[in-house]
Write a protein that binds this ligand. Sequence first.
Ligand SMILES: [Zn+2]
Length: 310
Amino acid sequence: MPPVNRNKPVRAASSESEYTLMDFMKDFPDDATCLEHLWRTRFSADGEHAKCPKCKVVRSFKRYDTSQQRQSWTCTACGHHMHVLAGTIFAKSSTSLHLWFYAMYLMTSTRCGISAKQLERELGVTYKTAWRMAYLIRTKLMTQDSEPFDSGNPVEIDETYVGGRARRRGRPAAGDNKVPVFGMVQRAGRVAAVTVPNVKRATVFPHIQERVLPASTVYTDEYRVYENLSDEGYDHKRIPHAEKVYVSGDVHTNTIEGFWSLVKRGIGGVYHSVSAKHLQGYLNEYAWRYNERNTPRAKFSTLLRRASGF
Ligand SMILES: [Zn+2]
C-alpha cells in the first residue's frame, strides 16, 4: 500500500459521497474565488473580456481595489463598472459569498434537510441571516420548473396534507389546519410537488395536464377526484386502497408516497413545523434533491448555475 499523503485526502472508493466538503473547499477556497466564479459564469468566460453595456462592444475589464470593497470590474476603455452580484440573490447581502456558497453546498448535500438553526451554527451567522439565506436559496434557486415529464415511464399521482394536527392516514377533518399538497412523480424520473388551495378536480387537473403528456400511463388511488382521467386521454389505472390493496403488479403509488414520507419526516424532524406560507419553499428543496439524486456533483453546480442567473 502506498503511503498516505495527508495533505491530499482521497475519497474512499466505497464512499457514497461524490462531492465532499474537501472538494468544495478545493474549488472555492475563499471569497475571491466565489466572486471570480460569478464574474466568469455571468459575464466573462476568460475572466478578462466582457461586453461593456456602455461601449456596446467586447472590452477588456480590470478589477481595481477600491476603498468601498466594491464587487465590480471596470471597463478599461470607458470606466464603466460592472457589478457582478447585481440581479443575484447575493446582491443586497453583507454576508460573505463564501458563506453563501457553503450554505448552498450544505443544502444540496444533506439528505434529510438542514434547519436554519443548524445553518446558523455551521456558518457562524445570526439565526435571522441563516433563515433568510435558506429562504432565498429554496424559493429563488430551487424553484420547480413546469417542464412536462418525459414520455415513457408511468407517472404516479397523489395528494397529501402537511402540517397541522397529526393524523395517521386519511383525509383531514375541518380544523386540522393541514395544507393540501399535490404531487406527481415519474418512475425513475422527476417529481413535482405543489401546495394547492384544495384538491378539487378543477384545481389539480391543470397541474396534471401541464406535466403529464397525453397517452401516458398514470397510477392513482381511488379518490374520486381522479375519476375521468382516462377521458383526458391518459391510460389510467387505480389502486383500491380502501380494500387494503396497495400494490397490484406495476400498479401502485409507492414512489410518490415515499416522497411524501421523506418530506414529512424532514419537516417533522428537522424543521419541526412549517407554516402554510413557507411550505412551497420546503417542497422545492425536497424536490430539488430528489430530482438531482443521481448526480451528486451536479447537484451543487446546477444550483450554482441557477445562482448565476441561468
Ligand atoms: Zn466600456
